[in-house]
Design a protein around this ligand. Structure first.
Ligand code: IMP
Ligand code: MG
Length: 209
């Protein structure tokens, strides 16, 4: 017979060196809100294609796309790129490890480019150019996180953004550190001595569709 001791429920303990940043309920609420914002501002006539940046955006994208109306007729594709390697500082160069399926014709269509975090902007600038070269009519950027005060964003703006966060390197909900922690259901920050300022939901823009 196994032990009858029951574990208390509640937030799972985090691995050593991590501390909590944004919990699953807040993530779920904000992702639903982002879905509603996108639904208001992207039209079926734009024949939208969601392009998910692997690997970091896969959990976010999986949740987000299920908040988008079926009437949008969304097509979904993936590409994979890397700029960080195993460290916590951008290597300053983006490598496209896997391109979007060649069968997806982007010409004249709106791309909803979904990434985990807008930091220096190098990755998204590279991808916006790449997708524009492939014929996209318009690229609209959707990120879960945007690092406040990042020195350069390469002119990249997020059309849709979940949360503004501080300087700490974050993991969980798809984001990794050296390949680990992607499966954490909450977002956590790595290894700093003191917690960063609380993350705040990004201000909703009231710009025209
Ligand atoms: P950027 O090119 O500097 O804007 O960095 C964007 C990419 O770096 C993201 O798509 C992430 O894959 C990765 N990245 C940046 N900051 C973090 C972080 O705090 N945790 C995990 N990955 C990050
Ligand atoms: Mg990434």
């Amino acid at each position: 017979m196994g032990t009858r001791t029951r574990r208390k429920t509640g937030p799972a303990a985090l691995p050593a060196g991590l501390y909590p940043l944004i919990g699953r309920e807040d993530l779920a609420r904000r992702v639903a809100g982002l879905g509603a914002e996108i639904a208001r501002r992207v039209r079926p006539a734009e024949r939208p294609v969601a392009v998910v940046v692997l690997q970091g955006a896969f959990v976010f994208a999986a949740d987000l796309i299920r908040h988008l109306p079926p009437a949008l007729g969304l097509e979904i594709g993936f590409l994979r790129c890397e700029s960080y390697g195993t460290g916590t500082v951008s290597q300053g160069r983006v490598v496209l490890l896997q391109d979007l399926d060649a069968a997806i014709d982007l010409r004249g269509r709106t791309v909803l480019l979904i990434d985990d975090i807008l930091d220096t902007g190098l990755t998204l600038r590279y991808l916006i150019r790449h997708l524009t070269m492939r014929g996209a009519g318009r690229v609209r950027v959707c990120v879960l996180l945007r690092r406040k005060g990042a020195k350069q964003r390469q002119g990249v703006k997020a059309d849709f953004c979940g949360f503004d966060i501080g300087p700490d390197f974050v993991v969980g909900y798809g984001l990794d550190h050296a390949g680990r922690h992607r499966n954490l259901p909450d977002l956590a920050a790595v290894h700093l001595e003191k917690p960063a300022a609380r993350s705040i939901p990004a201000k909703r823009k009231r710009s025209a569709p």
